[in-house]
Design a protein around this ligand. Structure first.
Ligand SMILES: Cc1cc2nc3c(=O)[nH]c(=O)nc-3n(C[C@H](O)[C@H](O)[C@H](O)COP(=O)(O)OP(=O)(O)OC[C@H]3O[C@@H](n4cnc5c(N)ncnc54)[C@H](O)[C@@H]3O)c2cc1C
Length: 407
């Protein structure tokens, strides 16, 4: 027996970027919404902290941009790579048709806190932390709510619409038996922090050397580093020992020799398993999946958060007004998928090409790489950098806020 039964218009599983943004937009439009998050706070392991120009444009459209940019962040106007000894500017954001010509690097928990703070200003918004969704309520084939475990006991939430925004290991999509297509990834990523020292410079940088790929993201007083390894290769690496791992990092970037001892044990290294997949159908009667729950993105280009936000904006554009009145039809849920499927497919296709043609090759390379001709062209003709800048910064179909703000 549930300890509590709640009735709402829309129940959202997961307070990541997708769930929080949709919760915010629906409450703003006057829809009763309850977001359930299994964790007690937003402070979790590194989950990507890039806020892209098209997400910043959404913040501008919502009138939140100035406030948002008051939170500590770093601005990255272009992406640079070091391929062997060749330094290449890979993407330039300075000409995008948006208010912000940069990616803002901000820890995801700050971004989510910001959304939560603003969403709570709307009386129809509720956020319940430490509430882990573990069941769906059904009436025949129709989903009519969900169940969640809380410290006070099991709760039942009756809702006209359930949203699965619970990330790439989505419980909701499993419970709804939505079919997943897995596209595979040749790599996993190890995340670690190293302190930033005076004289380091402030440029986030990707480094490619024989068999190695290393990314350093400027987080103000420390570097968030990603060491890319072949899929499933973490145990091999551990067997070689921590000293060998530290030496591999120093080989990639000798200036880190004075601080690799900060990696005191393997506990300081977090393995993130890379997954790229997509649901064939993102919805069923009474339920819709968005963000990573509908399509887990590769870390290539760091576009997952942006896509999750764009899904939320598109879903609110289609659903907010009809949801105010009552249940929404499957046809409207299909419309959300139809709107977001193409940009997702295109972005995943690009990511899979990069994984297959570049990352797989780099990971088995034994000789020092040089920048391929096409990449060298980016150095010779700076105008060409605008194309990857647009692709990464805005994606294939940036969304604009059309859902209304209720009076
Ligand atoms: C190695 C790696 C690096 C990445 N780097 C970047 C990057 O730099 N930039 C970028 O844009 N993207 C990056 N991504 C992808 C990015 O993290 C995701 O695409 C993005 O967070 C998706 O947002 P989301 O809201 O759909 O899901 P999530 O951010 O995963 O949020 C889902 C939420 O649901 C909660 N939840 C899960 N299950 C339940 C449940 N049963 N009940 C209640 N709550 C639940 C989770 O705790 C979580 O808060 C990276 C991914 C990987 C794997």
């Amino acid at each position: 027996m549930p300890t509590e039964t709640i009735t709402t218009r829309c129940a959202i599983a997961g307070a990541g970027p997708a769930g929080m943004m949709l919760g915010f937009l629906l409450a703003r439009a006057g829809v009763d919404v309850l977001v359930l998050e299994k964790h007690a706070d937003f402070l979790r392991d590194f989950r990507g902290d890039t806020i892209h120009p098209s997400t910043l444009e959404v913040m501008h459209e919502l009138g939140l941009l100035d406030d948002f940019l008051k939170r500590p962040h770093q601005k990255v106007h272009e992406l640079t790579g070091l391929i062997g000894d060749d330094r290449v500017v890979l993407a330039d954001f300075s000409h995008l048709p948006t208010h912000c010509h940069f990616i803002a690097f901000m820890p995801q928990w700050d971004f989510l806190d910001f959304l939560a703070d603003h969403a709570k200003l709307y009386p129809r918004f509720q956020l319940r932390m430490v509430a882990e969704v573990d069941g769906l309520l059904k009436d025949g084939d129709k989903v009519v709510g969900l169940r969640a475990k809380t410290p006070e006991g099991e709760i039942e939430v009756r809702a006209d619409l359930v949203i699965g925004a619970d990330g790439r290991h989505s419980t909701v999509r499993d419970l709804a038996r939505l079919e997943v297509e897995d596209f595979g990834a040749p790599m996993d990523a190890l995340w670690l922090r190293l302190s930033k020292r005076p004289g380091d410079g402030s440029q986030s940088l990707g480094r490619i050397q024989a068999g190695r790929l290393f990314v350093m993201l400027d987080r103000g007083d420390y570097w968030q580093c990603a060491f890319v390894i072949p899929k499933g290769g973490f145990n091999d690496l551990r067997r070689q020992g921590l000293e060998a791992f530290r030496a591999a990092i120093v080989k990639l970037n000798p200036s880190l020799a004075d601080r690799v001892q900060e990696i005191a044990s393997w506990d300081d290294v977090k393995l993130l398993t890379v997954v790229v997949d997509r649901l064939k159908r993102w919805y069923r009667d009474g339920l819709l999946c968005i963000g990573d729950a509908a399509h887990a993105m590769s870390p290539v280009g760091g576009v997952g958060i942006n896509l999750a936000i764009q899904d939320a904006v598109a879903a609110a554009n289609v659903l907010a007004v009809p949801l105010r009145e009552g249940p929404v039809s499957e046809e409207l849920l299909r419309k959300v998928q139809a709107r977001r499927q193409w940009p997702t497919e295109m972005m995943q296709w690009v990511q899979l090409q990069v994984q297959k043609r570049i990352i797989s090759n780099v990971l088995i390379m034994t000789e020092q790489p040089t920048a391929p001709f096409a990449v060298k062209l980016l150095n010779r003709f700076p105008v060409l950098r605008r194309l990857p800048g647009r692709l990464i910064g805005m994606g294939f179909r940036p969304e604009h806020v059309h859902s209304p703000e209720a009076s």
